[in-house]
Design a protein. Structure first.
Lengths: 318, 308
Protein backbone atom coordinates (compact mmCIF):
# COMPACT_ATOMS: atom_id res chain seq x y z
CA UNK A 1 0.00 0.00 0.00
CA UNK A 2 1.28 3.40 -0.94
CA UNK A 3 1.64 5.75 2.04
CA UNK A 4 0.47 9.31 1.67
CA UNK A 5 2.99 12.10 2.17
CA UNK A 6 1.71 13.15 5.66
CA UNK A 7 1.75 9.53 6.80
CA UNK A 8 5.33 9.10 5.60
CA UNK A 9 6.26 12.28 7.42
CA UNK A 10 4.65 10.99 10.59
CA UNK A 11 6.59 7.73 10.33
CA UNK A 12 9.84 9.60 9.88
CA UNK A 13 8.92 11.81 12.80
CA UNK A 14 8.26 8.91 15.13
CA UNK A 15 11.42 7.16 13.97
CA UNK A 16 13.38 10.25 14.89
CA UNK A 17 11.61 10.37 18.25
CA UNK A 18 12.54 6.77 18.92
CA UNK A 19 16.17 7.45 18.05
CA UNK A 20 16.30 10.44 20.39
CA UNK A 21 14.74 8.28 23.08
CA UNK A 22 17.42 5.64 22.51
CA UNK A 23 20.25 8.17 22.59
CA UNK A 24 18.93 9.77 25.76
CA UNK A 25 18.59 6.47 27.56
CA UNK A 26 22.23 5.72 26.74
CA UNK A 27 23.38 9.13 28.02
CA UNK A 28 21.39 8.66 31.23
CA UNK A 29 22.81 5.16 31.66
CA UNK A 30 26.30 6.66 31.45
CA UNK A 31 25.40 9.13 34.22
CA UNK A 32 24.22 6.26 36.39
CA UNK A 33 27.35 4.24 35.64
CA UNK A 34 29.45 7.25 36.64
CA UNK A 35 28.41 6.52 40.21
CA UNK A 36 29.82 3.00 39.97
CA UNK A 37 32.96 4.45 38.37
CA UNK A 38 33.43 6.87 41.27
CA UNK A 39 33.29 4.24 43.99
CA UNK A 40 35.57 1.90 42.02
CA UNK A 41 38.00 4.78 41.47
CA UNK A 42 37.95 5.62 45.20
CA UNK A 43 38.80 2.02 46.10
CA UNK A 44 41.40 1.69 43.34
CA UNK A 45 43.27 4.95 43.98
CA UNK A 46 43.31 4.51 47.73
CA UNK A 47 44.54 0.95 47.41
CA UNK A 48 47.22 2.01 44.93
CA UNK A 49 48.58 4.56 47.38
CA UNK A 50 48.18 2.54 50.53
CA UNK A 51 50.66 -0.30 50.18
CA UNK A 52 53.61 1.86 49.18
CA UNK A 53 54.60 2.75 52.72
CA UNK A 54 55.40 -0.90 53.32
CA UNK A 55 58.12 -0.77 50.66
CA UNK A 56 59.70 2.27 52.24
CA UNK A 57 60.58 1.21 55.71
CA UNK A 58 57.33 0.31 57.44
CA UNK A 59 56.41 -3.23 58.37
CA UNK A 60 52.87 -4.55 58.65
CA UNK A 61 53.39 -5.54 62.28
CA UNK A 62 55.02 -2.24 63.15
CA UNK A 63 52.26 -0.28 61.43
CA UNK A 64 49.30 -1.93 63.11
CA UNK A 65 50.82 -2.72 66.51
CA UNK A 66 53.40 0.01 66.99
CA UNK A 67 52.34 3.01 69.05
CA UNK A 68 54.84 5.68 68.05
CA UNK A 69 53.46 7.72 65.15
CA UNK A 70 56.14 9.89 63.63
CA UNK A 71 56.09 9.46 59.84
CA UNK A 72 58.37 12.43 59.16
CA UNK A 73 60.90 11.60 61.83
CA UNK A 74 60.56 15.16 63.12
CA UNK A 75 59.73 14.21 66.71
CA UNK A 76 62.50 11.71 67.28
CA UNK A 77 64.89 13.62 65.08
CA UNK A 78 65.96 10.37 63.47
CA UNK A 79 64.35 7.70 61.38
CA UNK A 80 60.60 7.98 60.77
CA UNK A 81 58.41 5.61 62.68
CA UNK A 82 55.06 4.31 61.48
CA UNK A 83 53.27 2.93 64.52
CA UNK A 84 49.59 3.57 63.85
CA UNK A 85 48.36 1.24 66.58
CA UNK A 86 47.61 4.17 68.89
CA UNK A 87 45.60 5.99 66.23
CA UNK A 88 43.60 2.88 65.39
CA UNK A 89 43.02 2.23 69.08
CA UNK A 90 41.81 5.83 69.47
CA UNK A 91 39.30 5.46 66.64
CA UNK A 92 38.03 2.13 67.95
CA UNK A 93 37.65 3.24 71.57
CA UNK A 94 35.94 6.56 70.84
CA UNK A 95 33.60 5.02 68.27
CA UNK A 96 32.74 2.03 70.42
CA UNK A 97 31.99 3.96 73.61
CA UNK A 98 30.09 6.67 71.73
CA UNK A 99 27.93 4.02 70.07
CA UNK A 100 27.31 2.19 73.34
CA UNK A 101 25.90 5.49 74.65
CA UNK A 102 24.06 6.30 71.43
CA UNK A 103 22.21 2.98 71.08
CA UNK A 104 19.86 3.24 74.10
CA UNK A 105 19.16 6.92 73.47
CA UNK A 106 18.62 6.55 69.73
CA UNK A 107 16.45 3.46 69.89
CA UNK A 108 14.61 4.55 73.04
CA UNK A 109 13.73 7.91 71.54
CA UNK A 110 12.84 6.37 68.19
CA UNK A 111 10.51 3.79 69.78
CA UNK A 112 8.84 6.38 71.97
CA UNK A 113 8.64 8.80 69.07
CA UNK A 114 6.86 6.37 66.75
CA UNK A 115 4.75 4.41 69.24
CA UNK A 116 3.71 6.54 72.16
CA UNK A 117 4.72 10.19 71.90
CA UNK A 118 1.94 12.78 72.00
CA UNK A 119 1.40 14.84 68.89
CA UNK A 120 2.99 18.02 70.24
CA UNK A 121 6.22 16.23 71.05
CA UNK A 122 6.38 14.74 67.56
CA UNK A 123 5.88 18.21 66.11
CA UNK A 124 8.78 19.56 68.19
CA UNK A 125 11.16 16.63 67.67
CA UNK A 126 10.70 16.07 63.93
CA UNK A 127 12.38 19.30 62.75
CA UNK A 128 15.01 19.04 65.49
CA UNK A 129 16.05 15.58 64.30
CA UNK A 130 16.13 16.76 60.68
CA UNK A 131 18.30 19.75 61.51
CA UNK A 132 20.70 17.74 63.62
CA UNK A 133 21.21 15.00 61.03
CA UNK A 134 22.68 17.70 58.80
CA UNK A 135 24.52 19.75 61.38
CA UNK A 136 28.05 20.66 60.20
CA UNK A 137 30.63 18.71 62.14
CA UNK A 138 32.85 21.76 62.70
CA UNK A 139 30.01 23.49 64.50
CA UNK A 140 29.77 20.62 66.98
CA UNK A 141 33.57 20.63 67.21
CA UNK A 142 33.45 24.31 68.10
CA UNK A 143 30.77 23.65 70.72
CA UNK A 144 33.02 20.90 72.09
CA UNK A 145 35.95 23.30 72.29
CA UNK A 146 34.24 26.10 74.13
CA UNK A 147 31.58 24.29 76.16
CA UNK A 148 32.48 20.65 76.70
CA UNK A 149 36.25 20.91 77.15
CA UNK A 150 36.11 23.39 80.08
CA UNK A 151 33.44 21.21 81.67
CA UNK A 152 35.51 18.06 81.19
CA UNK A 153 38.56 19.80 82.59
CA UNK A 154 36.69 20.65 85.77
CA UNK A 155 35.16 17.17 86.05
CA UNK A 156 38.43 15.40 85.46
CA UNK A 157 40.62 17.57 87.66
CA UNK A 158 40.78 14.99 90.48
CA UNK A 159 41.76 12.24 88.02
CA UNK A 160 44.33 14.02 85.88
CA UNK A 161 45.79 16.25 88.58
CA UNK A 162 44.44 19.37 86.84
CA UNK A 163 46.90 19.55 83.95
CA UNK A 164 46.44 22.64 81.73
CA UNK A 165 45.55 20.58 78.67
CA UNK A 166 43.08 18.45 80.62
CA UNK A 167 39.68 18.18 78.97
CA UNK A 168 41.01 17.58 75.48
CA UNK A 169 40.97 13.94 74.52
CA UNK A 170 38.89 10.84 74.15
CA UNK A 171 36.16 11.75 76.66
CA UNK A 172 35.27 14.98 74.88
CA UNK A 173 35.59 13.23 71.51
CA UNK A 174 33.08 10.65 72.73
CA UNK A 175 30.60 13.38 73.69
CA UNK A 176 31.08 15.09 70.32
CA UNK A 177 30.60 11.81 68.46
CA UNK A 178 27.50 11.14 70.54
CA UNK A 179 25.97 14.44 69.39
CA UNK A 180 26.99 13.83 65.77
CA UNK A 181 25.80 10.24 65.48
CA UNK A 182 22.68 10.24 67.67
CA UNK A 183 20.41 12.05 65.15
CA UNK A 184 21.46 9.85 62.22
CA UNK A 185 20.95 6.61 64.12
CA UNK A 186 17.68 7.93 65.50
CA UNK A 187 16.22 8.97 62.17
CA UNK A 188 17.10 5.67 60.46
CA UNK A 189 15.59 3.81 63.44
CA UNK A 190 12.42 5.90 63.14
CA UNK A 191 12.17 5.10 59.43
CA UNK A 192 12.49 1.40 60.07
CA UNK A 193 9.98 1.46 62.96
CA UNK A 194 7.51 3.27 60.75
CA UNK A 195 7.83 0.58 58.11
CA UNK A 196 6.33 -1.98 60.53
CA UNK A 197 2.67 -2.27 59.54
CA UNK A 198 0.02 -1.21 62.04
CA UNK A 199 -1.49 -4.69 62.01
CA UNK A 200 1.50 -5.97 64.03
CA UNK A 201 0.73 -3.43 66.76
CA UNK A 202 -3.01 -4.04 66.68
CA UNK A 203 -2.57 -7.81 66.85
CA UNK A 204 -0.35 -7.46 69.90
CA UNK A 205 -2.69 -5.04 71.67
CA UNK A 206 -5.71 -7.19 70.83
CA UNK A 207 -4.08 -10.11 72.65
CA UNK A 208 -4.10 -7.97 75.78
CA UNK A 209 -0.52 -6.66 75.73
CA UNK A 210 0.35 -3.51 77.53
CA UNK A 211 1.88 -0.76 75.40
CA UNK A 212 5.37 -1.69 76.56
CA UNK A 213 4.82 -5.37 75.76
CA UNK A 214 3.57 -4.34 72.33
CA UNK A 215 6.76 -2.34 71.73
CA UNK A 216 9.26 -4.76 73.21
CA UNK A 217 7.70 -8.05 72.12
CA UNK A 218 6.10 -7.20 68.78
CA UNK A 219 7.39 -4.02 67.14
CA UNK A 220 11.08 -4.13 68.06
CA UNK A 221 11.58 -7.79 67.08
CA UNK A 222 9.65 -7.14 63.86
CA UNK A 223 12.15 -4.51 62.79
CA UNK A 224 15.25 -5.78 64.58
CA UNK A 225 17.19 -5.90 61.32
CA UNK A 226 16.18 -2.31 60.52
CA UNK A 227 17.40 -1.15 63.92
CA UNK A 228 20.58 -3.15 63.35
CA UNK A 229 21.11 -1.30 60.09
CA UNK A 230 20.65 2.01 61.89
CA UNK A 231 23.27 1.08 64.47
CA UNK A 232 25.75 -0.12 61.84
CA UNK A 233 25.33 3.08 59.83
CA UNK A 234 25.89 5.00 63.07
CA UNK A 235 29.20 3.16 63.48
CA UNK A 236 30.13 4.06 59.89
CA UNK A 237 29.44 7.72 60.53
CA UNK A 238 31.24 7.75 63.89
CA UNK A 239 34.46 6.16 62.69
CA UNK A 240 34.68 8.50 59.70
CA UNK A 241 33.87 11.67 61.61
CA UNK A 242 36.81 13.97 61.21
CA UNK A 243 36.94 17.66 61.93
CA UNK A 244 34.74 17.80 65.02
CA UNK A 245 36.87 15.12 66.59
CA UNK A 246 40.09 16.67 65.32
CA UNK A 247 39.27 19.93 67.09
CA UNK A 248 38.72 18.34 70.50
CA UNK A 249 41.38 15.60 70.54
CA UNK A 250 44.31 17.97 70.33
CA UNK A 251 47.09 15.42 70.69
CA UNK A 252 49.92 14.21 68.51
CA UNK A 253 50.75 10.88 70.18
CA UNK A 254 48.89 8.37 72.23
CA UNK A 255 49.92 8.88 75.88
CA UNK A 256 52.32 6.34 77.31
CA UNK A 257 49.99 4.87 79.91
CA UNK A 258 46.89 3.99 77.98
CA UNK A 259 45.14 1.82 80.56
CA UNK A 260 44.07 4.27 83.24
CA UNK A 261 40.99 6.46 83.46
CA UNK A 262 43.13 9.60 83.19
CA UNK A 263 43.96 8.79 79.58
CA UNK A 264 40.45 9.78 78.55
CA UNK A 265 40.97 13.35 79.72
CA UNK A 266 44.26 14.31 78.13
CA UNK A 267 45.26 15.17 74.55
CA UNK A 268 45.04 12.10 72.43
CA UNK A 269 44.78 10.90 68.85
CA UNK A 270 42.69 8.92 66.42
CA UNK A 271 42.96 8.16 62.71
CA UNK A 272 40.91 11.02 61.30
CA UNK A 273 42.47 13.66 63.54
CA UNK A 274 45.96 12.78 62.35
CA UNK A 275 44.94 12.77 58.68
CA UNK A 276 43.05 16.06 58.98
CA UNK A 277 45.89 17.89 60.67
CA UNK A 278 48.92 16.46 58.89
CA UNK A 279 48.02 15.07 55.47
CA UNK A 280 48.23 18.38 53.64
CA UNK A 281 51.78 19.20 54.74
CA UNK A 282 53.11 15.70 54.28
CA UNK A 283 55.01 14.54 51.23
CA UNK A 284 56.70 11.41 49.96
CA UNK A 285 56.83 8.45 52.29
CA UNK A 286 55.10 10.19 55.15
CA UNK A 287 52.18 10.97 52.85
CA UNK A 288 51.98 7.30 51.89
CA UNK A 289 51.58 6.55 55.60
CA UNK A 290 48.47 8.77 55.70
CA UNK A 291 47.13 7.04 52.60
CA UNK A 292 47.48 3.74 54.39
CA UNK A 293 45.48 5.16 57.31
CA UNK A 294 42.78 6.35 54.89
CA UNK A 295 42.67 2.90 53.32
CA UNK A 296 42.23 1.31 56.75
CA UNK A 297 39.27 3.64 57.33
CA UNK A 298 37.85 2.81 53.91
CA UNK A 299 38.09 -0.92 54.52
CA UNK A 300 36.39 -0.56 57.92
CA UNK A 301 33.51 1.43 56.41
CA UNK A 302 33.19 -1.01 53.52
CA UNK A 303 32.82 -3.82 56.05
CA UNK A 304 30.15 -1.83 57.91
CA UNK A 305 28.27 -1.08 54.69
CA UNK A 306 28.33 -4.77 53.77
CA UNK A 307 26.93 -5.68 57.19
CA UNK A 308 24.15 -3.12 56.86
CA UNK A 309 23.43 -4.37 53.35
CA UNK A 310 23.24 -7.94 54.68
CA UNK A 311 20.92 -6.90 57.52
CA UNK A 312 18.57 -4.94 55.30
CA UNK A 313 18.40 -7.83 52.82
CA UNK A 314 17.06 -9.97 55.68
CA UNK A 315 14.49 -7.51 56.93
CA UNK A 316 10.83 -8.35 56.46
CA UNK A 317 9.40 -4.82 56.29
CA UNK A 318 10.98 -2.19 54.06
CA UNK B 1 -16.22 -28.62 82.95
CA UNK B 2 -15.53 -31.41 85.35
CA UNK B 3 -12.31 -29.69 86.35
CA UNK B 4 -14.17 -26.59 87.45
CA UNK B 5 -16.49 -28.58 89.61
CA UNK B 6 -13.66 -30.04 91.66
CA UNK B 7 -11.86 -26.71 92.12
CA UNK B 8 -12.21 -25.62 95.69
CA UNK B 9 -13.11 -21.99 96.54
CA UNK B 10 -9.70 -21.46 98.12
CA UNK B 11 -7.86 -22.55 94.94
CA UNK B 12 -10.11 -20.31 92.87
CA UNK B 13 -9.30 -17.40 95.15
CA UNK B 14 -5.54 -18.11 94.83
CA UNK B 15 -5.80 -18.26 91.07
CA UNK B 16 -7.59 -14.93 90.90
CA UNK B 17 -5.14 -13.23 93.19
CA UNK B 18 -2.22 -14.57 91.11
CA UNK B 19 -3.87 -13.11 88.02
CA UNK B 20 -4.42 -9.79 89.75
CA UNK B 21 -0.78 -9.80 90.76
CA UNK B 22 0.30 -10.50 87.18
CA UNK B 23 -1.81 -7.63 85.86
CA UNK B 24 -0.41 -5.31 88.50
CA UNK B 25 3.13 -6.36 87.62
CA UNK B 26 2.55 -5.83 83.90
CA UNK B 27 1.00 -2.44 84.50
CA UNK B 28 3.89 -1.46 86.75
CA UNK B 29 6.48 -2.57 84.19
CA UNK B 30 4.58 -0.67 81.55
CA UNK B 31 4.53 2.56 83.49
CA UNK B 32 8.19 2.26 84.46
CA UNK B 33 9.19 1.65 80.83
CA UNK B 34 7.04 4.52 79.63
CA UNK B 35 8.54 6.80 82.25
CA UNK B 36 12.06 5.88 81.17
CA UNK B 37 11.22 6.47 77.51
CA UNK B 38 9.66 9.84 78.35
CA UNK B 39 12.80 10.86 80.23
CA UNK B 40 15.13 9.73 77.45
CA UNK B 41 13.15 11.53 74.76
CA UNK B 42 12.86 14.74 76.76
CA UNK B 43 16.60 14.62 77.52
CA UNK B 44 17.39 14.31 73.81
CA UNK B 45 14.98 17.12 72.91
CA UNK B 46 16.46 19.32 75.65
CA UNK B 47 20.00 18.57 74.42
CA UNK B 48 19.10 19.55 70.86
CA UNK B 49 17.32 22.73 71.88
CA UNK B 50 20.13 23.66 74.27
CA UNK B 51 22.75 23.26 71.53
CA UNK B 52 20.86 25.43 69.05
CA UNK B 53 20.15 28.15 71.58
CA UNK B 54 23.66 28.19 73.01
CA UNK B 55 25.27 28.35 69.54
CA UNK B 56 23.07 31.24 68.48
CA UNK B 57 23.51 33.00 71.82
CA UNK B 58 27.29 32.73 71.64
CA UNK B 59 27.29 34.10 68.12
CA UNK B 60 24.75 36.84 68.82
CA UNK B 61 27.28 39.59 69.49
CA UNK B 62 29.01 38.85 66.17
CA UNK B 63 25.70 38.54 64.35
CA UNK B 64 24.63 42.07 65.22
CA UNK B 65 27.98 43.70 64.44
CA UNK B 66 28.21 45.11 60.89
CA UNK B 67 31.97 44.47 60.73
CA UNK B 68 31.26 40.75 60.95
CA UNK B 69 29.71 40.85 57.49
CA UNK B 70 32.45 43.00 56.01
CA UNK B 71 35.68 42.19 54.22
CA UNK B 72 38.01 43.15 57.07
CA UNK B 73 40.11 40.77 59.13
CA UNK B 74 37.18 39.86 61.34
CA UNK B 75 34.64 39.85 58.50
CA UNK B 76 33.18 36.82 56.81
CA UNK B 77 32.07 38.34 53.49
CA UNK B 78 34.65 36.33 51.49
CA UNK B 79 33.59 33.10 53.17
CA UNK B 80 29.89 33.80 52.56
CA UNK B 81 30.62 34.51 48.90
CA UNK B 82 32.76 31.37 48.56
CA UNK B 83 30.15 29.20 50.24
CA UNK B 84 27.39 30.29 47.90
CA UNK B 85 29.72 30.16 44.91
CA UNK B 86 30.73 26.59 45.67
CA UNK B 87 27.12 25.69 46.42
CA UNK B 88 25.96 26.89 43.00
CA UNK B 89 28.93 25.42 41.17
CA UNK B 90 28.37 22.03 42.79
CA UNK B 91 24.62 22.03 42.20
CA UNK B 92 25.20 22.93 38.52
CA UNK B 93 27.16 19.69 38.09
CA UNK B 94 25.33 17.57 40.63
CA UNK B 95 21.70 18.16 39.66
CA UNK B 96 21.86 17.26 35.95
CA UNK B 97 24.05 14.22 36.56
CA UNK B 98 22.12 12.75 39.44
CA UNK B 99 18.74 13.60 37.93
CA UNK B 100 19.76 11.85 34.70
CA UNK B 101 20.94 8.83 36.68
CA UNK B 102 17.69 8.82 38.68
CA UNK B 103 15.60 9.05 35.51
CA UNK B 104 17.51 6.14 34.05
CA UNK B 105 16.99 4.02 37.16
CA UNK B 106 13.29 4.82 37.58
CA UNK B 107 12.11 5.14 33.98
CA UNK B 108 14.42 3.18 31.69
CA UNK B 109 16.31 0.51 33.59
CA UNK B 110 14.98 -3.03 33.37
CA UNK B 111 14.52 -4.77 36.71
CA UNK B 112 17.72 -6.69 37.32
CA UNK B 113 21.43 -6.53 37.91
CA UNK B 114 21.97 -2.96 36.62
CA UNK B 115 19.73 -1.43 39.28
CA UNK B 116 21.18 -3.64 42.01
CA UNK B 117 24.76 -2.77 41.09
CA UNK B 118 24.11 0.97 40.95
CA UNK B 119 22.21 0.96 44.23
CA UNK B 120 24.99 -1.03 45.87
CA UNK B 121 27.54 1.46 44.54
CA UNK B 122 25.47 4.37 45.86
CA UNK B 123 25.16 2.81 49.28
CA UNK B 124 28.88 2.07 49.45
CA UNK B 125 29.84 5.57 48.29
CA UNK B 126 27.55 7.17 50.86
CA UNK B 127 29.37 5.22 53.56
CA UNK B 128 32.83 6.48 52.60
CA UNK B 129 33.97 9.08 55.16
CA UNK B 130 34.06 12.59 53.72
CA UNK B 131 37.66 13.01 54.86
CA UNK B 132 38.69 9.99 52.79
CA UNK B 133 36.74 11.34 49.80
CA UNK B 134 38.58 14.62 50.29
CA UNK B 135 41.91 12.80 50.00
CA UNK B 136 40.63 11.00 46.91
CA UNK B 137 39.55 14.33 45.42
CA UNK B 138 42.94 15.83 46.20
CA UNK B 139 44.73 12.97 44.44
CA UNK B 140 42.47 12.68 41.39
CA UNK B 141 41.25 16.22 40.74
CA UNK B 142 44.01 18.36 42.22
CA UNK B 143 47.04 16.27 41.32
CA UNK B 144 46.19 13.95 38.43
CA UNK B 145 43.76 16.31 36.67
CA UNK B 146 46.05 19.31 37.36
CA UNK B 147 43.24 21.41 38.81
CA UNK B 148 45.37 22.22 41.84
CA UNK B 149 43.85 23.26 45.14
CA UNK B 150 40.86 24.98 43.61
CA UNK B 151 37.15 25.63 43.81
CA UNK B 152 36.56 23.31 40.87
CA UNK B 153 38.42 20.45 42.57
CA UNK B 154 36.31 21.12 45.66
CA UNK B 155 33.08 21.14 43.69
CA UNK B 156 33.96 17.85 41.97
CA UNK B 157 34.75 16.29 45.35
CA UNK B 158 31.41 17.51 46.68
CA UNK B 159 29.80 15.95 43.61
CA UNK B 160 31.27 12.55 44.56
CA UNK B 161 30.14 13.05 48.14
CA UNK B 162 26.55 14.10 47.40
CA UNK B 163 25.84 11.96 44.34
CA UNK B 164 24.33 9.07 46.35
CA UNK B 165 22.08 11.34 48.42
CA UNK B 166 20.91 13.34 45.39
CA UNK B 167 20.27 10.13 43.45
CA UNK B 168 18.12 8.73 46.24
CA UNK B 169 16.14 11.96 46.69
CA UNK B 170 15.51 12.31 42.94
CA UNK B 171 14.55 8.64 42.63
CA UNK B 172 12.00 9.16 45.40
CA UNK B 173 10.65 12.25 43.65
CA UNK B 174 10.20 10.38 40.35
CA UNK B 175 8.64 7.40 42.09
CA UNK B 176 6.12 9.75 43.69
CA UNK B 177 4.58 10.41 40.26
CA UNK B 178 1.63 8.02 39.82
CA UNK B 179 2.10 5.34 37.18
CA UNK B 180 -1.23 6.26 35.49
CA UNK B 181 0.23 9.54 34.27
CA UNK B 182 3.13 7.77 32.58
CA UNK B 183 0.95 5.06 31.12
CA UNK B 184 -1.49 7.68 29.83
CA UNK B 185 1.25 9.51 27.97
CA UNK B 186 2.74 6.29 26.58
CA UNK B 187 -0.71 5.10 25.48
CA UNK B 188 -1.12 8.31 23.49
CA UNK B 189 1.95 7.26 21.52
CA UNK B 190 4.57 9.41 23.21
CA UNK B 191 8.09 8.05 23.39
CA UNK B 192 9.47 7.47 26.87
CA UNK B 193 11.59 10.60 26.75
CA UNK B 194 8.61 12.70 25.64
CA UNK B 195 6.51 11.25 28.44
CA UNK B 196 9.26 12.02 30.97
CA UNK B 197 9.80 15.52 29.66
CA UNK B 198 6.19 16.58 29.37
CA UNK B 199 4.44 14.56 32.08
CA UNK B 200 6.75 13.03 34.70
CA UNK B 201 9.24 15.85 35.28
CA UNK B 202 6.66 18.65 35.62
CA UNK B 203 4.67 16.72 38.21
CA UNK B 204 7.82 15.65 40.07
CA UNK B 205 9.26 19.18 40.02
CA UNK B 206 8.25 20.32 43.54
CA UNK B 207 9.73 17.20 45.10
CA UNK B 208 12.85 17.61 42.97
CA UNK B 209 13.23 21.16 44.28
CA UNK B 210 12.89 19.89 47.87
CA UNK B 211 15.66 17.42 47.04
CA UNK B 212 17.90 20.18 45.71
CA UNK B 213 17.35 22.19 48.89
CA UNK B 214 18.26 19.20 51.05
CA UNK B 215 21.51 18.59 49.13
CA UNK B 216 22.24 22.32 49.46
CA UNK B 217 22.17 21.92 53.23
CA UNK B 218 24.66 19.10 53.01
CA UNK B 219 26.98 21.08 50.69
CA UNK B 220 26.94 24.18 52.92
CA UNK B 221 27.74 22.10 56.00
CA UNK B 222 30.52 20.02 54.48
CA UNK B 223 34.06 20.67 55.59
CA UNK B 224 36.26 17.59 55.78
CA UNK B 225 36.05 16.95 52.02
CA UNK B 226 37.15 20.51 51.28
CA UNK B 227 40.20 21.10 53.45
CA UNK B 228 42.53 19.22 51.05
CA UNK B 229 40.82 20.12 47.78
CA UNK B 230 39.97 23.79 48.26
CA UNK B 231 42.51 24.72 50.88
CA UNK B 232 42.12 26.83 54.00
CA UNK B 233 43.20 30.17 52.58
CA UNK B 234 41.91 32.81 50.20
CA UNK B 235 43.88 34.59 47.48
CA UNK B 236 43.89 38.38 47.74
CA UNK B 237 40.74 38.79 45.68
CA UNK B 238 38.06 36.17 46.20
CA UNK B 239 35.15 38.04 44.64
CA UNK B 240 35.68 36.56 41.21
CA UNK B 241 34.00 33.72 39.38
CA UNK B 242 37.35 32.09 38.63
CA UNK B 243 36.89 28.39 39.48
CA UNK B 244 40.62 27.68 39.61
CA UNK B 245 41.55 29.66 42.72
CA UNK B 246 41.74 28.14 46.21
CA UNK B 247 39.24 29.44 48.73
CA UNK B 248 37.77 28.70 52.12
CA UNK B 249 34.13 28.45 53.11
CA UNK B 250 32.18 29.18 56.28
CA UNK B 251 32.93 25.69 57.61
CA UNK B 252 36.59 25.39 56.64
CA UNK B 253 37.27 28.89 57.96
CA UNK B 254 35.68 27.90 61.27
CA UNK B 255 37.91 24.81 61.37
CA UNK B 256 40.97 26.90 60.54
CA UNK B 257 40.24 29.50 63.21
CA UNK B 258 39.89 27.01 66.04
CA UNK B 259 42.19 24.30 64.67
CA UNK B 260 45.42 24.71 62.69
CA UNK B 261 45.16 28.51 62.56
CA UNK B 262 44.45 29.12 66.23
CA UNK B 263 46.98 31.64 67.46
CA UNK B 264 48.64 32.07 64.06
CA UNK B 265 45.92 33.95 62.19
CA UNK B 266 45.87 37.73 61.98
CA UNK B 267 43.21 37.89 64.71
CA UNK B 268 43.58 37.95 68.45
CA UNK B 269 42.49 34.89 70.33
CA UNK B 270 39.31 36.59 71.58
CA UNK B 271 38.49 37.74 68.05
CA UNK B 272 39.06 34.23 66.74
CA UNK B 273 36.54 32.85 69.20
CA UNK B 274 34.05 35.64 68.46
CA UNK B 275 34.27 35.09 64.69
CA UNK B 276 34.07 31.32 65.13
CA UNK B 277 30.97 31.71 67.31
CA UNK B 278 29.45 33.98 64.68
CA UNK B 279 30.25 31.44 61.95
CA UNK B 280 28.58 28.67 63.95
CA UNK B 281 25.48 30.80 64.44
CA UNK B 282 25.35 31.71 60.74
CA UNK B 283 25.65 28.03 59.77
CA UNK B 284 22.89 27.03 62.19
CA UNK B 285 20.61 29.79 60.89
CA UNK B 286 21.29 28.80 57.26
CA UNK B 287 20.39 25.21 58.14
CA UNK B 288 17.20 26.32 59.88
CA UNK B 289 16.21 28.33 56.80
CA UNK B 290 16.94 25.39 54.51
CA UNK B 291 14.98 23.00 56.69
CA UNK B 292 12.02 25.37 56.95
CA UNK B 293 11.90 26.05 53.22
CA UNK B 294 12.08 22.34 52.40
CA UNK B 295 9.15 21.77 54.78
CA UNK B 296 7.22 24.71 53.39
CA UNK B 297 7.57 23.39 49.84
CA UNK B 298 6.64 19.90 50.99
CA UNK B 299 3.47 21.24 52.62
CA UNK B 300 2.64 23.33 49.55
CA UNK B 301 2.83 20.20 47.41
CA UNK B 302 0.61 18.31 49.78
CA UNK B 303 -1.95 21.08 49.62
CA UNK B 304 -1.83 21.08 45.83
CA UNK B 305 -2.20 17.31 45.65
CA UNK B 306 -5.09 17.16 48.11
CA UNK B 307 -6.83 20.07 46.36
CA UNK B 308 -6.62 18.39 42.97
Amino acid sequence: MQLTEPARQATRHSQRGRMIDRAISVVFLICAILLVAIILAVIFFLASQSYQVFFQGATLKGFFLGTFWDPTGAVSGGAPSYGAGGLILGSIITTLIAMILVIPFAIGTAVFFTEAAPQWLVRVMQPLIEIFTGIPSVVIGFLGLITIIPLMQKLSAPITGNIPTGGYGWATAIVVLFIMVLPTTMSISIDSLRSVPGSVREASLALGSTRWQMMSRAVIPACATGLGTAVVLGFTRAIGEALAVALVLGGSQIPNWPWTLAVFFQPNVNITQQIASNFQESAGTSQYAYWTLAFVLLVITLIFVSISRFLSSRSVYK
Amino acid sequence: MSLQEVVSPQAEEARLSALRQLTRRLAATNSIAMGVLWVITLLVAALFIYIIISLIAQGASSLISPAFYGTGDAGIAPQLFNTFYILILTELILVPLSLAAAIYLVEYAPQGPIITVIHFAAETLSGVPSLVLGMFGFLVFSVYAHLGISRLAGALTLLCLNFPLALRLFEQSLESVPADLREGALALGATRWRAIRTVVLPSALPVIITGIILTAGKIIGESAALIFTMGLFNPSNVFTLDPLIPSNTLTTYLYYLKGPGAGTSSLTSAQETAVAAGLSAVLIILLLIINLSARFIGRAIQRRVTAA
